[in-house]
Design a protein around this ligand. Structure first.
Ligand code: KMH
Ligand code: ZN
Length: 301
């Protein structure tokens, strides 16, 4: 029987800016409330970034991340995953700073370098709410999202020292070979956890062909011992994550990846897209994993 579907809610991220949606959470309280509500709606896992409560700018401050993870932990049993992707322009020290402090069960581990670009957002925002927003998105046209082999090794090592399992974010097919290298070195505990992130500018577009290419290649280079999930940026989020679910994968939704619940309609919370995929999963005769079932599937301690 197919395993139950793990829903991850990616609550706020570091791509969308406050001017794009009033519903994008930015203070620790809002992020905690959104994570707890997403769990209540059916998310077994939350993927968390911190933002500066003053102006919503992405933040690597471990005190903020600790406040957020402690706040979520106090209120529900959801599996907590923190980002080590941070935001474009952060260095490796900033991106890793929260790992030893939060000791989360999961952390994202970006599996290779990519031109993670979202500068076209600048053309759509006529009256930005904050002065940092337009320079921040424009900066991604010139600055790559660097994740060298040495960086990945450091991320995996520090996570291992802190009881945190890497969730490999994959934007391009070659990144699967990068992961295979570290598996061969014995640095990754099984099962390997993969998050296919499709649809970012600079990475693989969100198409069924590309999803199948990633899934088939993962089987070739990693064998059968991996668990996988799919995220898709923007308008393709629900279509592509549904295809992933039908192929036996897990689903990531949330305002980090897509601000809309349907064409032209902003999602008012992270619980909304989670509830939508819960309905899809159930309509297709499948079941939604609880946090403890997700822990078992992912081999979390
Ligand atoms: N902020 C993006 C550049 C992650 O959380 O690891 C990458 C990102 C992935 O959000
Ligand atoms: Zn993220």
């Amino acid at each position: 029987m197919a395993k139950k579907v793990i829903i991850t809610a990616a609550v706020t991220g570091a791509v969308h800016i406050p001017s794009m949606s009033e519903y994008l959470p930015d203070t620790p309280e809002d992020i905690i409330n959104e994570a707890v509500a997403a769990n209540k709606a059916g998310a077994a896992v939350v993927h968390l970034h911190a933002r500066d409560p003053k102006d919503g700018r992405p933040s690597s401050d471990p005190k903020l991340m600790k406040q957020i993870t402690d706040g979520v932990r106090e209120r529900c049993n959801v599996v907590i995953g923190i980002t080590t992707g941070g935001a474009i322009g952060m260095n490796i020290e900033e991106r890793l700073a929260s790992v030893p402090i939060c000791k989360a069960e999961l952390a994202s581990c970006n599996a290779g370098s990519v031109n993670f670009c979202f500068s076209p957002i600048a053309d759509k925002i006529k009256n930005p709410k904050y002065e940092w927003e337009i320079p921040f998105v424009k900066n991604t046209y010139t600055v790559p999202f660097a994740n060298t082999f040495k960086d990945i090794e450091d991320y995996v090592r520090v996570m291992g020292e802190n009881g945190t399992k890497p969730e490999f974010e994959i934007y391009e097919v070659g990144m699967l070979s990068n992961i295979a290298y570290f598996v061969k070195k014995g640095m990754i505990k099984s099962p390997v956890y993969l998050q296919f992130v499709l649809g970012i500018m600079g990475g693989l577009p969100a198409t069924v062909d590309n999803l199948l290419f990633l899934y088939n290649t993962a089987q070739k280079v990693l064998g059968d011992n991996f668990v996988w999930s799919c995220a898709a940026a923007g308008k393709d989020q629900f279509d592509i994550t549904t295809v992933a679910m039908l192929l036996g994968g897990n689903m990531r939704v949330g305002l980090e990846d897509n601000l809309y619940i349907s064409k032209g309609v902003l999602a008012k919370s992270n619980a909304e897209p989670v509830a939508k995929v819960v309905d899809i999963i159930k309509l297709m005769g499948r079941a939604v994993a609880t946090p403890d079932e997700a822990r078992e599937t992912l081999g979390l301690e």
